[in-house]
Design a protein around this ligand. Structure first.
Ligand code: 5AD
Ligand code: SF4
Length: 449
């Protein structure tokens, strides 16, 4: 089967293009889809309009992304008139929702393949059915077994994502993720270490460990397998220079994890710690299982270990029942923490979650006003935090040409700040020392020293 498929792909010089929605987890899953396709002989193209195989890798966390997806799929109605024999697939979270794949296939007769988050390793057989047998295929398996050794085509030459845990057991009341991605499943630490060692050999020096809740890592394995032990093993047994993770849940942030900051050499001075709300009443309604006071004490302890730690977060405004006073509590928390960045969202009602059935849903206007007010504050906070870098020297891992043309290069500090500087394409992938001379809300600028 594989050989026949490969011969067909080679003979027709087939190309693919993936459009990815949503979080880092999805970005990484797109890297896996690309890995499977390239192992079969597909070549990437930048424009959907030219591709023989278009894949929409979807996100259902908020309604908006889902609506945009349907618009973009609909726009491809005539694609097959331009690219003879083209295939169209929709994958990811949206497809893993109950009956979503069936409905999609009915609504868009030109979609050939629908597969969920558990289906990537079956892509080869789906392609065989679609390309060779000319069938339409749905694969939204409930089977949540972890499959190792799926080929991955990573985007970065120096930085890489590594999954450590899949699924989520937390059931925050607004969130659809536990319904679509199932219960927590941790990868075996030996598999993770092996993957990281192989990445190091290929020149990767920065790793971001991925999971919906990385602090739960190992809870489904044996007692000595914990997130903290995993971090310690990666730090001591591999050559990784920069180690990051996302996302951790404040309720599971242990003293052991806090102690890793400032003591594990590779662990970067940055934490993404979603707070969601500054109001205890709303946190309880959200089933977050921590208080504002607990969250603030975590930040205090973390900053005691690493004074210049960068802290970023996620915040939802307009959760059902959120009052003006609750929102003010969020504002005051944001002021108190002094975030380096925050991803802010208007609450989006997701059918099937507890919050969707709650009373006192906020209206759109209230939500958008609160979001605007919050964003103004977040931007001020980002600028304030960035000002502290003026005149300082930082180590930047250069990752891409900057926005201003060929002579500008941009990269990241250990604290996840974007820094741009005058350089050449040869700098990309290198660690460059830069002295900061200008700061904006989103980026720092400087000169190489
Ligand atoms: N509405 C708005 N934001 C949401 N998030 C998750 N579910 C929803 C929802 N229903 C946000 C949370 C989470 C981030 C990934 O997306 O802030 O941390
Ligand atoms: Fe969703 Fe909460 Fe799980 Fe994060 S921890 S994926 S917000 S349920």
């Amino acid at each position: 089967m594989t050989e026949q498929l490969k011969a067909y792909i080679a003979k027709n010089e087939l190309t693919y293009c993936i459009e990815t929605y949503g979080c880092q987890m999805n970005t990484h899953e797109s890297e896996k889809i690309a890995g499977v396709l390239e192992a079969l002989g597909y070549c990437p193209v930048a424009q959907k309009a030219e591709a023989d195989f278009i894949i929409f890798n979807t996100c259902c966390v908020r309604q908006h992304a889902e609506a945009r997806l349907y618009g973009n799929v609909g726009a491809l109605k005539d694609h097959k008139d331009h690219v003879n024999g083209a295939l169209i697939a929709v994958s990811g979270c949206v497809m893993q929702q109950k009956d979503a794949a069936k409905k999609l296939m009915k609504r868009f007769p030109f979609v050939d393949i629908a597969f969920g988050t558990n289906g990537i390793h079956r892509l080869e057989s789906m392609l065989y059915d679609a390309l060779i047998e000319k069938k339409r295929v749905i694969c939204v398996d409930e089977d949540e077994t972890i499959v190792e050794d799926v080929p991955i085509r990573r985007e970065g030459a120096r930085s890489a994502f590594v999954n450590i845990i899949y699924g989520c057991n937390n059931f925050c009341t607004y969130c659809i993720v536990p319904y679509v991605r199932g219960r927590e499943r941790s990868r075996h630490p030996d598999d993770i270490i092996r993957e990281i060692e192989e990445l190091c050999k290929k020149g990767i020096s920065e790793i971001t460990l991925l999971g919906q809740n990385v602090n739960s890592y190992g809870n489904d394995l044996s007692a000595d397998i914990t997130f903290v032990n995993l971090l310690k093993r990666i730090d001591s047994q591999t050559d990784i220079k920069r180690l990051r993770f996302m996302t951790s849940h404040p309720k599971d942030m242990s003293d052991g994890l806090i102690e890793c900051y400032g003591s594990l050499k590779s662990l970067c001075e940055h934490i993404h710690l979603p707070v969601q709300s500054g109001s205890n009443r709303v946190l309880q309604l959200m089933n977050r299982r921590y208080t504002r006071e607990h969250y603030l004490s975590l930040i205090k302890h973390l900053k005691a270990r690493v004074p210049d730690l960068a802290v970023t977060t996620d915040i939802i405004v307009g959760f059902p029942g959120e009052t003006e006073q609750d929102f003010e509590d969020t504002i005051s928390l944001v002021k108190e923490v002094g975030y380096d960045a925050a991803y802010t969202f208007a609450y989006s009602k997701r059918t099937g979650t507890k919050a969707a059935d709650m009373e006192n849903q906020n209206d759109k206007q209230t939500m958008s006003e609160r979001l605007t007010r919050l964003n103004v504050l977040v931007k001020e906070s980002m600028r304030d935090r960035n000002r502290a870098y003026l005149g300082h020297t930082v180590e930047v891992l250069a990752d891409s040409p900057g926005k201003r043309g060929r002579s500008e290069i941009s990269g990241r500090t250990r604290t996840a700040k974007t820094v741009s500087f005058e350089g050449t394409l040869e700098d990309v992938g290198q660690y460059v020392t830069v002295k900061i001379d200008k700061v904006m809300a989103h980026t720092l600028r400087g000169v190489r020293v």
